[in-house]
Design a protein around this ligand. Structure first.
Ligand code: ADE
Length: 250
């Protein structure tokens, strides 16, 4: 039976999903936690990657080489970049790129040297499953449930699902200067995060399908760190447990 890997940077992002896993077995490899078990009867490995591209790449190799993962899903939070991508919205990647990778003039800016690629395409089938599950979750008044559960601390405005480019880099974006670098590298980026394109590159190299889903926790501006912390504790779990098991069921 195929094994589905689910990778997140921080425990809060998928703690609720761990609760849905039957027969979990915990492994510690390379100082990170992997939980092997079943979700909705499907063999899964949940990995806590920690933050950043190096952590995400190391985790992805481990998922493929140690757990024989057949496909990798990345889940977690992101900062909204596009004007219409707001806190509480969901973004499913069509493509991903590393906005902070620049080996110019030896190689073109943003291109992964010696691989000759700048953007990595996510698996259309897995991405479609993620979008459908996210749409179902949001249609059940997720915003109302989260507002109630957070006692009004998290008020979301009719959240929507988007698809498009996700920009990845080793920075928590919270100022106009970094945002300008993101926009210069990826004018069509919907959101910014710190792991997705690294997982995409490794999955490309190992020929494994992957998909990335992100919930928008902040607008990558001067209040991003405070907004991120509130979303992480008040909303992230509801999104993970509301959307990811639905993908496995599909
Ligand atoms: N993940 C969530 N918010 C983010 C931000 N503003 N920058 C980078 N990664 C993020």
């Amino acid at each position: 039976m195929p094994t589905l890997a689910i990778l997140a940077a921080m425990p809060d992002e998928i703690q609720a999903l761990l609760a849905a896993m039957t027969g979990p077995r915990r492994h510690l490899i390379g100082r990170r936690e992997f939980h092997e078990g079943a979700i909705e009867g499907v063999d899964c490995v949940i990995a806590m990657a920690r933050i950043g591209k190096a952590a995400a790449a190391a985790t992805t190799v481990t998922l493929i080489r140690e757990f024989d993962a057949d496909a990798v899903l990345v889940a977690g939070l992101a900062g909204g970049v596009h004007a219409e991508v707001r806190v509480g919205d969901v973004v499913v990647a069509d493509t991903l790129m590393q906005y902070d990778l620049d080996a110019s003039p030896i190689f073109p800016p943003y291109e992964v040297p010696l691989l000759g690629m700048t953007r990595f395409g996510a698996c259309p089938e897995l991405s479609g499953m993620l979008r459908r599950s996210a749409d179902r979750f949001l249609a059940q008044d997720a915003a109302g449930a989260i507002a109630a559960a957070s006692e009004g601390r998290l008020r979301l405005d009719a959240p929507r699902t988007h698809r498009g480019l996700i920009a990845t880099g080793d920075r928590f974006v919270k100022c106009e200067q970094t945002m300008a670098a993101v926009r210069a590298a990826a004018p069509d980026a919907l959101c910014v995060e710190m792991e997705g394109a690294a997982v995409a590159q490794v999955c490309h190299e190992f020929e494994r399908p992957f998909a990335v889903i992100r919930t928008i926790s902040d607008r990558a501006d001067t209040t991003a760190d405070a907004d991120f912390s509130v979303f992480l504790t008040q909303g992230a779990g509801a999104y993970a447990s509301g959307i990811l098991p639905g993908v496995v069921r599909d």
